[in-house]
Write a protein that binds this ligand. Sequence first.
Ligand SMILES: Cc1cc2nc3c(=O)[nH]c(=O)nc-3n(C[C@H](O)[C@H](O)[C@H](O)COP(=O)(O)OP(=O)(O)OC[C@H]3O[C@@H](n4cnc5c(N)ncnc54)[C@H](O)[C@@H]3O)c2cc1C
Length: 372
Amino acid sequence: MTSEPVIIIGGGQSGLAAARAALTAGLRPVVLEAGSEPVGSWPDYYDSLTLFSPARYSALPGMPFDGDPDRYPRRDEVTAYLRRYAQTVDVDIRTRSRVTAVRPRRDGGYLVHTDAGDELGAVGVVAASGSFGNPYLPTLPGQDDYAGDLRHVAHYRQPEAYAGKRVVVVGAGNSAVQVAYEIAAHARVTLATREPVRFLPQRLGGRDLHHWLRVTGADRLPRRVLTRLVRHATVLDTGVYRDALASGLLSRRDMFTAFTPDGVSWADGTPEPVDAVIFATGYRPDVAYLKPLGALDHGAPRQVGGISTTHPGLVYLGLEFQRSFASNTLRGVGRDAAHVMTALAAHVSRRPRQRRQRKADVASHLGSGAQR
Ligand SMILES: Cc1cc2nc3c(=O)[nH]c(=O)nc-3n(C[C@H](O)[C@H](O)[C@H](O)COP(=O)(O)OP(=O)(O)OC[C@H]3O[C@@H](n4cnc5c(N)ncnc54)[C@H](O)[C@@H]3O)c2cc1C
């Protein structure tokens, strides 16, 4: 095992999968997690959140979910699962430790700075800090003067807060449709989208879609191949969302073009008072601490398959489409973790100082063995 650690930034599913893979690769991982426990962003997701994949297709390497493998675990169950997972991965996890900057060292290693003023040396760095901390909010004309409730879906928790209101949800992905649907039981809701909402059936031939993604290999296809097959955002649906749109419980309109002080102006120029607008417009990697390193391009990691193209010894985990459609999911991150850790271990073993240290470790091991 290496003497200096590999620092893993973020203690969510990506960071935990990285820690496990680091041990397997013979590296010494130290996880730095900004929050109070290593469960990632799951406790902060909206209350009703249920996994889109059944338990049997939602586990991290080495620890299946307990209970019925065909059920769809809820948010709090996932949090509890990650809490247990962190206990089984026997590594140094330091909570309440937010990384503020990563800087290069002359010998090819890194210095990792935290908000507590610590400065840790590392042979390699894994950026596994997710994207939930960096929600993407577009700006439209009039937005600053809108007096209603405007928020990103990252800050949405439950539908009751919208009872009796007029609500617009922006977006055509899973979160947009799920949230719009549940608010529609309490309020009048329109989905504002650039394109029609497209659905993927949750079940096909009596089996969950994730079964087919696995057996066909679609789950492992790289982005360039998959986007040729599936050109648009799709929403997993058991039929309830399609029915809600067909029955008028939920309506859809082309994206509005501007805000008015009390609502929105639709694409045809019609203004409408609206109490609340929720943007379900995605997230961007939350990696501002890599700016001092020069590893980013307009905030986005410069990487291929999770391996930095600018800094040897820097890798990423949990990026959207890092290596496949499943990269940013519970079921897919373990594969990517093994991939980037193999590359990181190879990098570490090529470093001259590390090789010297390893020889010294072996020599002292043999020496102590000879005395026994
Ligand atoms: C609403 C929603 C629903 C989803 N549903 C599913 C689903 O059903 N199935 C599925 O497989 N996936 C789902 N995902 C996708 C993905 O699995 C989750 O987003 C998951 O939380 C990503 O894990 P992560 O570890 O990469 O990031 P996160 O869970 O965001 O964890 C990152 C961790 O890094 C920490 N951190 C951030 N910055 C720093 C810093 N500077 N220093 C130290 N620590 C830091 C954070 O505190 C956090 O604990 C969903 C995502 C969202 C947003």
